[in-house]
Ligand binder design. Structure first.
Ligand SMILES: NC(=O)c1ccc[n+]([C@@H]2O[C@H](COP(=O)([O-])OP(=O)(O)OC[C@H]3O[C@@H](n4cnc5c(N)ncnc54)[C@H](O)[C@@H]3O)[C@@H](O)[C@H]2O)c1
Ligand SMILES: CC(C)=CCC/C(C)=C/C=C/C(C)=C/C=C/C(C)=C/C=C/C=C(C)/C=C/C=C(C)/C=C/C=C(\C)CCC=C(C)C
Length: 509
């Protein structure tokens, strides 16, 4: 029946080369890459604007980023500046503002450290706090550069495409062998090779945790090589107009290249013909067919909600045994009087009072103040402070709406109390506040339990367990942060390049 319907649709305008479920940056990079290669592409997004966790919302003159504002991938040189490259591929441009400091850490025992874009300055300052470890510090971070230099020397495409692998190996044999060496490794083992001071090792843990949401022992070395080096190379660059601009520009490029996007188009199921994915059905009942279906939803959403659980491939079950959902976040989007922040305040802060609490719910506090880079995001005389801290959906379930509001208020109070320690007077200078919980993330981002992404259940072999874009269901691909190499905008941009490359080869483009 479905096969007939597919055949009858295959010659109509409803049959696309590729349908992409979701317009997160992973989905949009895939879509723009495919459209640039001449594919007929349709993106279906359930929300009213593109971007997913890189979206934005506007309230009372403030434009808030939904997610974090610390953006990698906007460098101007090398091969790892994947957001720059994704925009260029569809002839769109985005102005960015360089951030001279990646993070200002406020850590236990008064450790106060800024990660300067300048590598030597960063090593100097960290060495000033741990003078007995100066050599180990340099050896560890230099090893991260080795990973980065391998990646940054080659074109980055699908590792599932043998011809590409043969080509890069032929062009860059040493870099490929370098990456093969690091792929199964985690940061903790390499850090301990050079560093002995337990407190410095805890610092390496939070260096990893603040983007991978796991300590060094569970963080893949390849990803650390990217993050710990690119912050000093391409740097951290904020998009003028807010993080939401990245998706807006990619959509403009997609449409210029002939692709299509629909909003308020929630996919309710992936249609199968036998075992093959052939299209999607929307919550509205409308169906679309395509030669290939690409899901930018998380793997949990894709295989547990968009497909019958009885069809879950064995490979997915195994993946779920290796990886679990990371916590979501409790987020405070604040508008505050500008004079609350001392002159010279940095854009991104990490606050932790006790090392023992680093991975706990409400343990580490993340703070972004994007208006210090782009003041136009707030009314004159005000700043945006986005403070967020890990939180599990379970703590927010089965509450009456009154209990939910009370719990939100209490949690917001605890976060503001902590913010007061670094920005005294913030409470009194508050002009606007909106509190999001894991339930908010689940609802607006369509992410199961509002999760930030997959994290290893136990120590795994680096990135070896992360699946690429093809799935065990023919015709179905995944893209985004539940595919190799995981969370992060530049990481999902890589996943998008790789997915589009593999799909284009499969389509014979
Ligand atoms: N570095 C930073 O500061 C920063 C900022 C924001 C986001 N990020 C990263 O971005 C990554 C997420 O990107 P991503 O590409 O994986 O995706 P995403 O989760 O951001 O977006 C997925 C999109 O798919 C849509 N969607 C899901 N299910 C759907 C369905 N059934 N029908 C229609 N639409 C559906 C959602 O509405 C959402 O727009 C995260 O890893 C996060 O770390 C990083
Ligand atoms: C041939 C042969 C033999 C071989 C071959 C081999 C090879 C070639 C290999 C390759 C590999 C590759 C390509 C890889 C790749 C990778 C990548 C790209 C990676 C990337 C990564 C990235 C990342 C991880 C990023 C991340 C970031 C993030 C997550 C961020 C976040 C942030 C946040 C959350 C913020 C917060 C903070 C504050 C606020 C303070």
């Amino acid at each position: 029946m479905l096969a007939n319907s597919l055949r009858s649709h295959s010659n109509t305008y409803l049959c696309f080369d590729a349908i992409i479920i979701g317009s997160g940056i992973g989905g949009l990079v895939t879509a723009t890459q495919l459209a640039a290669k001449g594919a007929k592409v349709l993106v279906l997004e359930s929300y009213t604007i593109p971007g997913g966790s890189s979206g934005y919302f506007e309230r009372e003159g403030y434009r808030f980023d939904v997610g974090a504002s610390m953006i990698f991938g906007f460098g101007t040189q090398g091969t790892t500046n994947l957001l720059t490259k994704a925009l260029e591929a569809v002839n769109v441009k985005l102005e960015t503002i360089s951030d001279p400091v990646q993070i200002h850490y406020h850590l236990p025992k008064g450790i106060d450290l800024k990660v300067h874009k300048n590598y030597e300055k960063f090593l100097q300052k960290l060495g000033d706090i741990f003078p007995h470890e100066r050599q180990g510090i340099r050896q560890f971070y230099d090893e991260c550069w080795k990973v980065f230099n391998c990646l940054n020397s080659m074109e980055l495409l699908s590792l599932e495409e043998p011809q590409y692998l043969a080509r890069v190996f032929f062009q860059h044999p040493l870099a490929c062998l370098g990456l093969v060496k690091y792929l199964p490794q985690n940061v903790g083992d390499i850090a301990r090779r050079y560093i002995k001071d337990p407190e410095l090792l805890q610092f390496i843990d939070i260096e990893c945790y603040c983007w991978s949401v796991v300590p060094a022992d569970l963080t893949p070395m390849i990803n650390a090589g990217m993050v710990f080096s690119d912050r000093h190379y391409g740097g951290i660059n904020y998009p003028k107009g807010g993080v939401g601009q990245i998706a807006q520009k990619l959509v403009a490029g997609l449409e210029k290249a002939g692709g299509e996007i629909q909003y308020k188009a929630r996919v309710s199921q992936i249609l199968l013909d036998g075992d093959r994915a052939v299209g999607v059905e929307l919550a509205s009942g409308k169906t679309y067919y395509a030669k290939r279906v690409i899901s930018n939803a998380t793997r949990w959403d894709t295989f547990e909600k968009l497909l019958p659980v009885s069809k879950m491939p064995r490979a997915e079950r195994k993946w779920q045994q290796r990886y679990q959902k990371s916590p979501s976040f409790l987020s405070l989007h604040l508008g505050v009087q500008a004079d609350v922040l001392p002159i010279g305040t940095e854009c991104h802060h990490i606050v932790l009072e006790d090392w023992q609490n680093m991975t706990d719910s409400e343990g580490t506090l993340f703070v972004s103040i994007p208006t210090l880079l782009d003041p136009d995001l707030a009314p004159a005389g005000y700043n945006i402070v986005h403070a967020f801290t890990p939180s599990w959906v379970d703590d927010w379930q089965t509450l009456s709406s009154r209990e939910y509001e009370q719990r939100k208020e209490a949690a917001a109070g605890r976060v503001i109390e902590r913010l007061e320690k670094i920005f005294p007077g913030l409470d009194a200078g508050l002009d606007y506040m909106e509190v999001g919980t894991p339930r908010t993330h689940r609802r607006f981002l369509n992410r199961d339990d509002g999760t930030y992404g997959p994290i290893p259940q136990r120590r795994l072999r680096g990135l070896l367990g992360m699946p690429f874009n093809r799935t065990a269901i023919p015709g179905l691909y995944c893209v985004g942060d539940s595919t190799f190499p995981g969370q992060g905008l530049n990481a999902v941009a890589f996943s998008g390049f790789a997915c589009a490359h593999r799909v284009a080869v499969d389509l014979g483009l």
